[in-house]
Ligand binder design. Structure first.
Ligand code: PXP
Length: 251
């Protein structure tokens, strides 16, 4: 069976980080989003943090109004954030941990301990026509908990894998990638759509795109970092090519 195409969601948070460093209007994350789509992004991701350190409420509204591809709204599971999300009505929302108490040691949303607290957020967003994903660590227990919470999508946290690669711990990196593989299979078996994100670079994108169960990658920091040297459009085209190459070897 041929693998489904894999989508690239470009996270524009750090374009806003740069803008906020000066306190003015440049660079505009909405312009970056339009350029990203032109260069091959299948969607735009932005994280409205409680302290508004990069993306602001107005950015979310402008992104929703102006971009031609789906918007993925990353957010903490809190009442004020739910109000903003329901006002923006993005295509998708990804629930992410913001406070220490909401996350596991690896950084994913604590879907086991937070099960009953998270469930109403998933149902409210779903009722509002928003497709909900949960940003979780790649473990079988997290996949089962995500399903029981009622989310149709999981985004596997690739941070531990990225960190092991960055520090040159090869054995650890292999182990972490294996966990992503196993979790992707488990998610698929449970009927969950599977995404991955955090810390992904070209090589990691190539590898993870070879997992047929993973249908979307959300990538921000590496693309903005590359953009400083080669431009955002070129960085996205290279990322798209890396993902397509990986997908050709999907299994
Ligand atoms: N996916 C989720 C759920 C995130 O919170 C983030 C930002 O940390 C990303 C993807 C993108 O990660 P990065 O900026 O490291 O590519």
């Amino acid at each position: 069976m041929a693998a489904k195409p894999i989508r690239l969601g470009v996270n524009v948070d750090h374009v806003a980080t740069l803008r906020n460093a000066r306190g003015g209007a440049l660079p505009d994350p909405v312009r970056a989003a339009a350029l990203a789509i032109e260069a091959g992004a299948d969607g735009i991701t932005a994280h409205l943090r409680e302290d508004r350190r990069h993306i602001r409420d107005d950015d979310m509204h402008r992104l929703k109004a102006r971009i031609s591809k789906p918007l993925n709204f990353e957010m903490a599971a809190t009442e004020p954030m739910l109000d903003v999300a329901l006002a923006v009505r993005p295509h998708a929302a990804c629930l992410v941990p913001e406070k220490r108490t909401e996350r596991t040691t690896e950084g994913g949303l604590d879907v086991l301990g937070g099960h009953d607290r998270l469930r109403p957020f998933v149902s409210e967003l779903t009722r509002g026509g928003v497709r909900v994903s949960l940003f979780v660590e790649p473990s079988a227990e997290a996949m089962e908990a995500a399903r029981s919470i009622g989310a149709p999508v999981v985004e596997l946290h690739a941070g531990a894998w990225a960190h092991a690669r960055e520090t040159g711990e090869n054995g650890r990196a292999q182990h972490e990638f294996q966990r992503i593989k196993d979790a992707a299979r488990k998610a698929h078996a449970l009927g969950l759509e599977c995404h991955a994100g955090h810390g992904i670079d070209y090589d990691m994108a190539r590898e993870v795109a070879a997992l047929a169960q993973v249908v979307e990658l959300n990538i921000g920091h590496f693309l903005v970092a590359e953009a400083v040297f080669v431009g955002l459009g070129q960085a996205i085209r290279e990322m798209r090519a890396a993902m397509d190459e990986g997908r050709r070897h999907a299994h």
